[in-house]
Write a protein that binds this ligand. Sequence first.
Ligand code: CU
Length: 92
Amino acid sequence: MQKQLVMATIGVLALVFSVTVWAGERTVNLKVDGMSCAMCAPAAKKAVEKVNGVKSANVEGDRATVVADETVQDADLVKAIAGVGFSATVVH
Ligand SMILES: [Cu+2]
């Protein structure tokens, strides 16, 4: 009985741990249109980094690479970029 309880506890902990890892971070790649000068990329980067749950954003050329919490929606990122005047589409 005692042993079963211990095994069950370990099982639950393992499950919680794996879910936590799964619900961790994800990387989203976006194509950003409308960036016409050297100041555009930093503006887009800054806008994306303001989104709640975004860990980091890198913009190079017309591509943005965003590392964010699993809870962050693609639409949140697109909306943030649209907010500073560019149009973004998620690249799969
Ligand atoms: Cu610009």
